[in-house]
Design a protein around this ligand. Structure first.
Ligand SMILES: CCC1=C(C)/C(=C/C2=NC(=C\c3[nH]c(/C=C4\NC(=O)[C@H](C)[C@H]4CC)c(C)c3CCC(=O)O)/C(CCC(=O)O)=C2C)NC1=O
Length: 169
């Protein structure tokens, strides 16, 4: 797993370069946004269960066929699996926010996921919708708590959305 700093150092080390102006700028931006990223991780940690629940309720309200007979989240077991998946996305997103890098998502969450979902008939578009609802829920909570810049929340959720929906098999 890489974070913004180890990733940058790795890239410079490969070509044997000192940290130049671009590197310093990107390090500066990483440390300047540190407090915002830690605040986001704090909000996620304090509200994880509520965020997952809220996202699932909204998702099933928008797409009730998911929990009707024939739906992928129908039956208690599959309903629980769906909520557990949302919880995975949320938890790993919080790691990626703090790391300032989406590499942890590629390594721990996204690898092989589409294949699994395809083989289980788990629909992609509603999964993406669930991920996006969680993103908004976090940003709303952060704004309520007085945060002015919540942009650090976007990257991991948008990365998961992109990778789940577009990766060609
Ligand atoms: C940490 C990384 C990680 C991820 C991401 C992960 C996902 C994951 N979700 C699964 C199943 C599942 N995922 C869902 C999810 C949904 N169904 C819907 O209709 C909704 C759209 C959606 C919830 C938003 C469901 C219902 C299943 C069970 C499907 C089945 O067994 O038929 C499975 C198959 C094995 C299992 O049931 O546990 C995996 C591996 N596992 C992991 O270890």
């Amino acid at each position: 797993m890489r974070d913004a700093v180890t990733n940058l150092i790795r890239n410079y080390d490969i070509t044997g370069r000192y940290l130049d102006r671009n590197a310093i700028d990107s390090l500066k931006s990483y440390f300047d946004t540190g407090a915002a990223r830690i605040a986001a991780a704090g909000v996620i940690n304090a509200n994880a269960a509520a965020i997952v629940k809220q996202a699932s309720l909204q998702l099933f309200e928008e797409l009730p066929e998911l929990i009707r007979p024939g739906g992928n989240a129908y039956t208690t077991r599959r309903y629980a699996a769906c909520l557990r998946d949302l919880d995975y996305y949320l938890r790993y997103a919080s790691y990626a926010i703090v790391a300032g890098d989406t590499n942890v998502l590629d390594e721990r969450v996204l690898q092989g996921l589409r294949e699994t979902y395809n083989s289980l008939g788990t629909p992609i578009a509603p999964t993406v919708r669930g991920i996006q609802i969680m993103k908004s829920a976090i940003k709303d909570r952060l704004a309520l708590a007085g945060a002015t810049d919540t942009s650090c929340v976007d990257a991991p959720f948008d990365h998961m959305t992109r990778e789940i929906s577009e990766r060609d098999l």
